[in-house]
Design a protein around this ligand. Structure first.
Ligand SMILES: Cc1cc2nc3c(=O)[nH]c(=O)nc-3n(C[C@H](O)[C@H](O)[C@H](O)COP(=O)(O)OP(=O)(O)OC[C@H]3O[C@@H](n4cnc5c(N)ncnc54)[C@H](O)[C@@H]3O)c2cc1C
Length: 535
C-alpha cells in the first residue's frame, strides 16, 4: 500500500535534502517502472546527457508487477528516437521482431459495407509545402479518393510493399514509416542499451514515499534497497500511477463520456506459413460493438478487439474475435488464451507535480486507435531531457510548461479519436449511436466541424508549432470519411497548374515505387541476411 511517510527519520532526511537538491548543478533522476515508457525515457535521458557526469539516472522496477505487454504500433517519430538513443535500426528490427508500418487502413468505419475502406498514410500529401492539394482534389472527389490522389503510400500499402529498399540507409525512407514491434522484446532491447549508457537498474518494489516539507519527493522507500533519494522522479509505473496518482492524488480526468471504449481483448495469431504476406499498415476494422486492430510482425500477428464493457461482455468480445479470425468460438477457445485488459480512458489533471513527472500509462491512456501512446512517451522524454531543470526555480517553470503542453496534446488526442466516430454513418448498434451522440462531442471539436463545413483544416484550427496531429491528418480522416466542405477557397490558375502537376507526380511515383519496392516480408528477410547500411 502506497503512503507518504512522515516519521522523524524522514523529517531529518527532509531538512538535509531540501538544501541539497540540485546541489552544484547535479541532477539525480529516478525512473519508476520498467515498461516501454520507463526504459524509453531512461535511455533517451542517458543518451542525451551521457557526457555530463552531473546527471545520473537510475530505474527501479518491480519483479512482481508485470508490464502491460501490449503497445505494438509506433509513429514515424520512433525512427528519430531510436537513432537519437543510438540503437542500430538493423539490430532493432531483428531483436524486436519489428516490421514496417506505413499508416492505418480503416475498414468499415464509414458504413458496415465490407468494401468500405480508407487510408491514413504517414506520408504528407504531395506538394504540402507549396499548396493545399485538398482544395484541388474536391473537383475530382467522385473519381478518386483523397489519400490515393495525394499520396503514393496507399498504393504501396495495398500492395504490401516495404517503404524502402535494402540499399536505403538505416532510418532513411522512400515512404515515411514507423514500426510494428513485439512490446516485450522492445523493452529488453531498450533496457540492455540504457544500461550500457549508464542507467543504474534496480529490481525492487517501491512501497512508500518520503516527502520534503514543501511537497517534493525526497526519496522512495523500497523493500530491499532502502530509501532511494533523487532530485527528479519520473513516474512510469503504468496504470498504477504510483507517484502522480497514488502519492499526489492527482485526479484522472475520465473521457469515457466522449470515448466509450474501456476494454481490449488481445491475442497473438500465427501465420499460415513463413512466407505469408506482412501487412504494411495497421488494419483497423470497425465492428458492430467496437473495432479490431490487426498488426503484422515477421513471426506472428497481434490482433485485439477494443470495446466498451457496458455494451459488450467477455463472451461477446470473444465471439467477435473468433468471427474476425474466421473461427468458431470452440476453435477459438481451444487455440487461444486471450488477454483481457481493462482501463479507464483518460489523463491526469496535471502530469508534473513538484519534482515528479509522469510518463506513459501513469500519465493517462485512451484507446489505441491511432496508436498515440508511445509517441506521447517519446515527446515527454524529449521535453524532460531538453528542459532538464538544474535548480528549484527552473523546476517550477519547466513543470508549468510541461503541464500546459501535454494538457493540450491529450485534449487533441481525444478530439482526433472522436472524429473517427463522429463522421461514421454506422447505425447497426446502440454502440455507434452512443459514440456519436451530440452531447458526447467535445465543444472544441464541434466548433471545428462547424468550420469544416466550409473550410479545410488549416493552421487556424491547429495553431501549435509542433502539433501532434497536423492539418493533413485531419484531412486524411475527414475526406477519407467523405466529409467534404461545401466550397473551398477560390482557386488561382497558377495553383491549379501546379496541383495538376502534383497529381501527375503522385501517379508517376506510384508506378516507380510499385516497380522498385519489394514486399514488406522480402525486405525484412533481406535485412536479417545482410543488414541495412549504417548511417
Ligand atoms: C490494449 C492496448 C493497446 C495498445 N496499443 C498501443 C499501440 O499500438 N501503440 C502505442 O503507442 N501504445 C499502445 N498502447 C499503450 C502502450 O502499451 C503503453 O503506452 C506502453 O506500453 C507504456 O506502458 P508503461 O511503461 O507506461 O506501463 P507498463 O508497461 O504497465 O509498466 C509499468 C512498470 O511499472 C512497474 N511498477 C509498478 N508498480 C511498481 C512498484 N510499486 N515498484 C516498482 N515498480 C513498479 C512495473 O513493474 C512495470 O515495470 C496500448 C495499450 C493498451 C492497453
Amino acid at each position: 500500500m502506497m503512503q507518504a511517510t512522515e516519521s522523524r527519520a524522514t523529517d531529518t532526511l527532509t531538512t538535509a535534502a531540501n538544501t541539497q537538491s540540485f546541489a552544484q548543478g547535479r541532477v539525480n533522476i529516478v525512473v519508476v517502472g520498467g515498461g516501454s515508457a520507463g526504459w524509453l525515457t531512461a535511455a533517451l535521458l542517458a543518451a542525451d546527457h551521457q557526457t555530463n557526469p552531473l546527471v545520473t539516472i537510475s530505474l527501479i522496477e518491480s519483479a512482481t508487477v508485470p508490464t502491460i505487454g501490449v503497445g505494438e504500433g509506433t509513429w514515424p517519430s520512433m525512427r528519430a528516437t531510436l537513432a537519437r538513443i543510438g540503437i542500430s535500426e538493423t539490430e532493432f528490427i531483428i531483436r524486436c521482431d519489428a516490421s514496417f508500418k506505413q499508416g492505418s487502413v480503416f475498414r468499415q468505419w464509414r458504413s458496415a459495407v465490407p468494401q468500405d475502406c480508407y487510408y491514413h498514410p504517414f506520408t504528407a500529401p504531395v506538394a504540402a509545402n507549396e499548396l493545399d492539394i485538398a482544395e484541388h482534389w474536391f473537383s475530382h472527389h467522385q473519381q478518386v479518393e483523397f489519400a490515393p490522389a495525394v499520396s503514393s503510400q496507399p498504393a504501396v500499402i495495398a500492395a504490401g510493399l516495404a517503404p524502402k529498399r535494402i540499399a536505403t540507409p538505416e532510418y532513411a525512407f522512400l515512404q515515411n514509416y514507423g514500426y510494428h514491434l513485439d512490446a516485450g522484446k522492445f523493452v529488453t532491447l531498450l533496457s540492455e542499451h540504457a544500461k550500457r549508457l549508464g542507467v543504474k537498474h534496480i529490481i525492487d518494489d517501491v512501497v512508500a514515499v518520503h516527502s520534503h516539507t514543501d511537497g517534493r519527493i525526497a526519496a522512495l522507500q523500497t523493500l530491499q534497497h532502502g530509501a532511494l533519494t533523487g532530485d527528479l522522479f519520473v513516474d512510469c509505473s503504468g496504470l498504477q500511477s504510483l507517484l502522480l496518482g497514488k502519492h499526489y492524488q492527482t485526479p484522472l480526468i475520465s473521457v469515457q463520456h466522449c470515448l466509450l471504449n474501456d476494454s481490449a481483448m488481445a491475442v497473438q495469431v500465427a501465420y499460415e506459413d513463413e512466407h505469408a504476406p506482412i501487412a504494411s499498415a495497421t488494419l483497423a476494422t470497425a465492428q458492430a460493438q467496437g473495432w479490431v486492430w490487426d498488426i503484422g510482425l515477421p513471426t506472428r500477428r497481434g490482433v485485439g478487439f477494443v470495446h466498451h464493457s457496458g455494451h459488450t461482455n467477455e463472451q461477446q468480445a470473444l465471439a467477435t474475435l473468433a468471427q474476425y479470425l474466421h473461427l468458431s468460438e470452440r476453435e477459438f477457445s481451444s487455440h487461444y488464451q486471450p488477454k483481457l485488459i481493462r482501463f479507464t480512458p483518460g489523463y491526469r489533471q496535471q502530469f508534473w507535480r513538484h519534482n515528479c513527472v509522469a510518463v506513459g500509462m501513469a500519465a493517462g491512456f485512451i484507446e489505441p486507435l491511432e496508436a498515440s501512446a508511445l509517441v506521447m512517451v517519446e515527446l515527454s522524454a524529449k521535453f524532460i531531457s531538453e528542459q532538464l531543470p538544474r535548480s528549484l526555480a527552473q523546476l517550477a517553470i519547466v513543470s508549468q510548461r510541461f503541464n500546459q503542453t501535454f494538457s493540450y496534446r491529450w485534449q487533441q488526442i481525444v478530439e482526433f479519436l472522436k472524429l473517427h466516430y463522429v463522421l461514421s454513418t454506422r447505425d447497426d448498434s446502440e454502440y455507434w449511436l452512443a459514440q456519436r451522440a451530440e452531447g458526447s462531442i467535445p465543444s472544441s471539436l464541434q466548433e471545428k466541424l462547424l468550420m469544416w463545413h466550409q473550410f479545410m483544416p488549416s493552421r487556424y484550427d491547429l495553431p501549435m508549432a509542433e502539433e501532434l496531429f497536423p492539418a493533413a491528418s485531419y484531412q486524411y480522416i475527414l475526406y477519407g470519411m467523405r466529409h467534404l466542405p461545401g466550397c473551398g477557397r477560390p482557386i488561382t490558375p497558377g495553383s491549379a497548374l501546379r496541383a495538376n502537376q502534383a497529381f501527375a507526380e503522385v501517379q508517376q511515383k506510384t508506378q516507380q515505387l510499385r516497380a522498385g519496392l519489394v514486399s514488406n516480408r522480402e525486405l525484412l528477410n533481406q535485412i536479417k541476411a545482410h543488414g541495412l547500411q549504417k548511417i
